[in-house]
Design a protein around this ligand. Structure first.
Ligand code: HPA
Ligand code: ZN
Length: 326
């Protein structure tokens, strides 16, 4: 339909995308062969058959083991380059991309290989696709605060290549306050801050309150549960906080897109955005997410235009570059 074409064609920024979540089965096989790794599955269909997720935990149990094929800077380059080309084909002109260094350093891959490869793909995308890219370093919240702090210290050598820091992985038992000191230090070092407040969490409203009022993040990833507390919604709007929602991902981890919550935030005037999260696993890149939400919530063309506009307003582009897109 015209709306689906608009969903894919509108120039947009992607703000919630895990680079490790863009590992398509075909590339996984190619990297396994290059690195001499034996995989349990031998066909793309067998790999996709393992994508039977019922919640965040069952997704993460597939997501982390797949990363063993990522070993050298070339591998990380190839992963990010494949994503950036795909994103460009769905209207992305700017991408602020999460990466999970601890998912690699914890298995012996040097931080320098990870960020070196990603950075090369970003420079290439700027030149060959006209797409700008930035990196957001995510700490894995199921590891210790000490390991997160050590990772932050290691990242300081690459400051010009890292725009901000985030927090992902399993939220259960790993609330934002566990990382308060790490995020305070990151802020001191000049990084922008965001955190996942996942949508399948009982009590996540308390975590949303903490990240807004205590940690004082610049953005919230997912966070649609905020509609449970209208006073927090009002606070987020007053502070100009962006929400990076991921409808297709939501439909995997909770069996619904959270379309009502997303639309409620949109109508309230919050800077709510639509993103793909882990597109290789959930089967939808960012344009597909705009289209799926539009179909589910009967959005208008004007709504899609507003969502794309929000993606630039909630981005961490400099004001001059952001305004050029508005
Ligand atoms: N939530 C938490 N951790 C993650 C996600 C997510 O959506 N994607 C990759 N790691
Ligand atoms: Zn995410």
């Amino acid at each position: 339909t015209d709306l689906a074409a608009l969903a894919h064609g509108l120039p947009k920024a992607e703000l919630h995308l895990h680079l490790e979540g863009t590992l398509e089965p075909e590339l996984k096989f190619a990297l396994a062969e290059r690195n001499g790794i034996e995989l349990a599955e031998t066909t793309v269909e067998q790999v996709r058959a393992t994508y039977d997720f019922t919640d965040l935990t069952s997704f993460l149990a597939v997501y982390y083991p797949a990363m063993q094929v990522l070993q050298t800077a070339d591998d990380f380059h190839d992963l990010a380059w494949a994503y950036l080309q795909k994103a460009a084909s769905q209207g992305v002109v700017h991408a602020e991309m999460f990466f999970d260094p601890q998912a690699h350093t914890s298995r012996g891959v040097p931080f320098s290989e990870v960020i070196g490869g990603y950075r090369r793909a970003i420079v290439r995308a700027e030149r060959e696709l006209g797409v700008s890219g930035e990196l957001i370093l995510c700490f894995l919240r199921d590891f210790s605060a000490e390991y997160a702090m050590a990772t932050l210290m290691e990242a300081l050598a690459y400051k010009p290549w890292i725009l901000g820091v985030g927090l992902d992985s399993d939220e259960r038992g790993n609330p934002p306050e566990k990382f308060a000191a790490v995020f305070a230090r990151a802020r001191q070092e000049g990084f922008l801050l965001t955190m996942h407040c996942d949508i399948d969490q009982v009590g996540s409203i308390d975590n949303i309150r903490t990240v807004l009022t205590g940690i004082a993040v610049d953005r919230i990833d997912h966070g649609t549960n905020i509609v449970e507390d209208p006073s927090l919604v009002a606070l987020a709007i007053e502070k100009g906080i962006g929400f990076t929602t991921c409808p297709v991902s939501n439909s995997f981890v909770t069996e619904q897109m959270k379309a009502d919550e997303i639309v409620q935030l949109l109508r309230a005037g919050a800077k709510v955005t639509v993103n793909s999260d882990d597109p290789a696993y959930f089967g939808g890149y960012v344009g597909d997410n705009y289209a799926a939400l539009a179909a589910q919530a009967s959005l208008s063309a004007a709504d899609l235009v507003q969502l794309a506009r929000n993606s630039f307003e909630a981005s961490w582009l400099t004001p001059a570059r952001r305004d050029a897109y508005l």
